[in-house]
Design a protein. Structure first.
Length: 82
């Protein structure tokens, strides 16, 4: 979640700066707001799986699974396999 927020906020700030810089004399505030809001929602939805995967990898690296967790995961896989 934190990685997704950082990526999305950085993207939004960069896109806002570029859009304002390109339209500086007459900035279309409402148009920029609507376009960037829609784009931000799309980016949030599209980047969610990647950022969730990265966060899980970081979590597993910092806090490796114990033997009990591994046994529990193996037991779950055996019972849920078709």
């Amino acid at each position: 979640m934190t990685i997704a927020l950082v990526v999305n906020i950085c993207w939004l700030v960069a896109a806002s700066g570029i859009a304002i810089g390109l339209t500086v004399p007459d900035v279309p505030v409402l148009t920029l707001f609507v376009v960037l809001a829609i784009a931000e929602l799309l980016v949030a939805v599209l980047t969610w799986p990647l950022t969730h995967t990265v966060w899980m990898a970081i979590d597993l690296r910092v806090r490796p699974m114990g033997f009990a967790e591994i046994d529990e995961a193996e037991a779950w896989l055996k019972t849920s396999a078709p």
